[in-house]
Design a protein around this ligand. Structure first.
Ligand code: 5GP
Ligand code: ZN
Length: 109
């Protein structure tokens, strides 16, 4: 399968991972929208949130975020999951955006 995030997760594409465990990896976004902007993804391919087959997946992803935040010394951040084209999803491997280091407006654009 030609999926850029699978390639990052299985290290076919070398990239600097900021977190890795058996199920999840995190890495900086190529096109950061904030001073800190990283993505947390499951190693297993799910096209989007609509495809998850277990609530464990999201627990694994979200429970890593405070650990990474602590490592980066951030306490406040925006988390975003875009699901589907109209919601802004451009890479169809489930990922959570984590952004920090500036003020964010609400509602999101
Ligand atoms: P989406 O728009 O699907 O919610 O988010 C996809 C994100 O992946 C975008 O913020 C985009 O900058 C990032 N991205 C796309 N391709 C790559 C890549 O090859 N490497 C990294 N690190 N980020 C990528
Ligand atoms: Zn994938």
């Amino acid at each position: 399968m030609d999926c850029i995030f699978c390639k990052i997760a299985n290290k076919e594409i070398p990239s600097e991972l900021i977190y890795e465990d058996d199920n999840v990896v995190a890495f900086n976004d190529l096109s950061p929208q904030a001073p800190i902007h990283f993505l947390v993804i499951p190693k297993k391919h799910y096209e989007s949130l609509n495809d998850i087959d277990s609530q464990v997946v999201f627990g694994q992803i979200f429970s890593t975020i405070p650990k990474i935040a602590e490592k980066l010394n951030i306490k406040e951040y925006r988390t975003v999951v875009n699901t589907g084209k109209s919601a802004g999803q451009t890479v169809f491997h489930l990922h959570v955006h984590v952004m920090s280091g500036r003020n964010f407006t609400w509602p999101a654009g």
